[in-house]
Write a protein that binds this ligand. Structure first.
Ligand SMILES: [Zn+2]
Length: 266
């Protein structure tokens, strides 16, 4: 049994008995771990506060190889994302990031680049203008796919291997662009339209639509669904994310105009 220290992103928590909780973390040095925080629920003080979702904390825990749960000895907040905790829309986006990591990443392989990617995504969700939240989430989905070894193909056609040419489409199950020639001979290939494909190509380069250009549009829904389908197909995981349902509800309220305009708190 070794006492180890790492930066950790708290992905989710659940209660354990009356006063304790299990904290699922993605750590920089030990991959995904499940920690038991004794007494963290009942007046948990600093330990409890540092082990809430949407926090980056420095944690010290007893690592026992082969054991499901490790006991936390200390935890301190290293990085908070105030807007993520205060603004329900941003919180919904941050929760999708955390749930995707929880579903797609398993095991205790450390991956500092992936850790940095997740922290970077939370920073974006905390700080970007509201119209940039969707593109930021989509860029994160493309980036986590690449980090996990499922790089989508945007430089050539996944069927013939040639240039994608003009107005290619994107086939989520084949993992990349399909040229028009191939689609003409294989119309059964399920694809997203050429506008969605063009947008995904931009996003994969770290670019995106002009702010607000597609917010709440059918194209926006198509891109979101295509990415989810791509991730499900290639990771072999069902991504029925509770956080996606929550985000959809929040978006409906935002776009229906039933709520007064929210002051953009800064
Ligand atoms: Zn082709």
């Amino acid at each position: 049994m070794a006492l180890v220290k790492s930066r950790a992103i708290v992905l989710r928590t659940y209660r354990l008995g009356e006063t304790s909780k299990v904290v699922v973390c993605y750590t920089e040095d030990h991959g995904k771990v499940r920690l038991v925080a004794k007494g963290a629920r009942k007046g948990g003080g600093r330990l409890g506060a540092a082990l809430e979702p949407l926090m980056v904390s420095g944690v010290v825990f007893y690592k026992r190889p082969g054991r499901e749960l490790s006991l936390v000895s200390q935890a301190e907040i290293e990085r908070e994302f105030p807007a993520l905790r205060r603004d329900v829309v941003r919180m919904a986006y941050g929760s999708v990031v955390l749930e995707l990591v929880n579903k797609l990443v398993s095991g205790e392989e450390p991956d500092a680049a992936l850790f940095g990617l997740v922290v970077g995504a939370l920073e974006e969700m905390d700080g970007v203008p509201p119209a940039e939240l969707d593109p930021a989430l989509w860029r994160f989905e493309l980036a986590i796919a690449t980090a996990l070894g499922y790089t989508p193909e945007f430089t050539r056609c996944v069927v013939c291997g040639g240039e994608p040419g003009d107005e290619p489409r994107f086939a989520p199950r084949l993992g990349g662009l399909v040229c028009r020639n191939c689609l003409a001979t294989r119309p059964e290939i399920h694809t997203a339209g050429s506008r969605a494909a063009a947008l995904l190509t931009c996003l994969a380069r770290g670019e995106g639509p002009a702010p607000g250009e597609i917010a709440g549009s059918a194209l926006s829904d198509e891109v979101a669904e295509t990415l989810r389908e791509f991730l499900e197909e290639h990771t072999g995981r069902q991504l029925k994310l509770k956080s996606i349902d929550f985000l959809a509800q929040v978006r409906r309220v935002e776009h229906s105009g039933t709520e007064p305009d929210r002051d953009d708190e800064r």
